[in-house]
Design a protein around this ligand. Structure first.
Ligand code: AHM
Ligand code: MG
Length: 325
């Protein structure tokens, strides 16, 4: 489709193209885009208004929550609760499942999100992002249950992220390729900028927090030294969406393995790793725990952590040989 097409028109055309499409995603993605525009505006103004700084509370992972995290969480909930498409929401910012209120129509999907990932970077003007994932519910009845959310990533029906960077972009997949839209702030519309994104099968970049090298397993040490021998270059923002987006565009590998102080890894399976894994596979890349395809991991807990190795297909396959040996 022509570059510059609005997201709304693209969604309508996609809905026409795929038989059996109900329009559920057209509505959901349009609503996600609305929330993204508001968050984008707030992120851009964060340096101007007194919205920075920790609020003095901790989220379910025991980390400090910044004001914009909470704002983004509440905004997504407000925008998505009344669409009629969802039955429940899980967020990094909430310990339990949020049930769609009794007053609102219920739908057949569940929504998972990290409403504002990398938020410690906001006050130093580094890109941050929102990540989301959608599954068809499994349970019946008028409440979402754990089993609706504890599905392997391969069951996702939609996943995406928004990056609030030098420009704001929305990137998503519904299983028919990965498409990217750039926000034109002048007209307030997301415009098609990247259709059918494919990640190069090999990249020059490796991204890992090398400060943890003393804590790494032998496999990680050996892989990173191999990457250096191959004259790869290191890039690590420390903001997952930014590190992932750069590698998706240019080719490369991102690793957040488990180590002696992150015994299960750091990143969350359901709303950080799995959505990006679905996107990268749709872009012909790969995602792994080191030994297992990430999308095949069956979650046991809503806020479960996982090791993550993600990026260009050949780079990820090569890294896996170190973890499997
Ligand atoms: P957050 O969800 O608390 O923002 O933490 C997730 C972030 C990711 O964006 C990033 O990839 C990772 O934490 C960086 O962790 P580290 O500082 O240990 O390298
Ligand atoms: Mg996060």
């Amino acid at each position: 489709m022509e570059l510059g097409t609005t997201l709304t028109r693209f969604l309508v055309e996609q809905q026409r193209k795929y038989k059996g499409a109900t329009g559920d995603f057209t509505g959901l993605i349009a609503d996600i885009a609305t929330a993204a525009k508001v968050i984008s505006r707030e992120v851009n103004q964060a340096g101007l208004i007194d919205i920075l700084g920790y609020q003095g509370v901790e989220n379910v992972q025991g980390e400090s929550v910044q004001k914009l995290d909470r704002f983004a969480n509440e905004l997504f909930i407000k925008v998505l609760s009344h669409t009629g498409h969802l039955i429940g929401i899980v967020s990094e910012e909430m310990e339990d499942i949020l049930q769609i209120p009794k007053s609102a129509p219920k739908g057949k999907y569940v929504f998972l999100m990290d409403p504002l990932d990398g938020s410690s970077n906001i006050d130093v003007n580094i890109s941050i992002g929102s990540i989301f994932s959608i599954y068809r519910r499994i349970s019946e009845g008028d409440r979402a249950t754990d089993e609706d959310f504890l599905q392997p990533g391969r069951n996702q029906v939609c996943a995406g992220y928004v990056i609030y960077g030098s420009s704001t972009m929305l990137v998503y997949t519904t299983g028919h390729g990965v498409h990217g839209f750039t926000l034109d702030p002048g007209i307030g519309e997301f415009l098609l900028s990247h259709e059918g994104i494919k990640i190069p099968s090999r990249g020059k970049i490796y991204s890992i927090n090398e400060a943890y090298d003393a804590l790494w397993d032998d496999a990680v040490c050996r892989y990173v030294s191999q990457a250096k021998q191959e004259k790869k270059t290191a890039r690590y923002v420390g903001s997952l969406v930014a590190d992932f987006h750069r590698n998706l565009m240019k080719g490369g590998i991102f690793l957040y393995p488990k180590d002696k102080s992150h015994l299960e890894g750091k990143l969350r399976l359901l709303y950080e790793a799995a959505p990006l894994a679905y996107i990268v596979e749709q872009a012909d890349g790969a995602a792994s725990t080191g030994t297992t395809r990430l999308l095949d991991v069956v979650p046991e807990k809503l806020h479960q952590r996982t090791p993550l190795i993600i990026g260009s297909l050949e780079d990820v396959r090569q890294a896996e040989t170190f973890f499997k040996s």
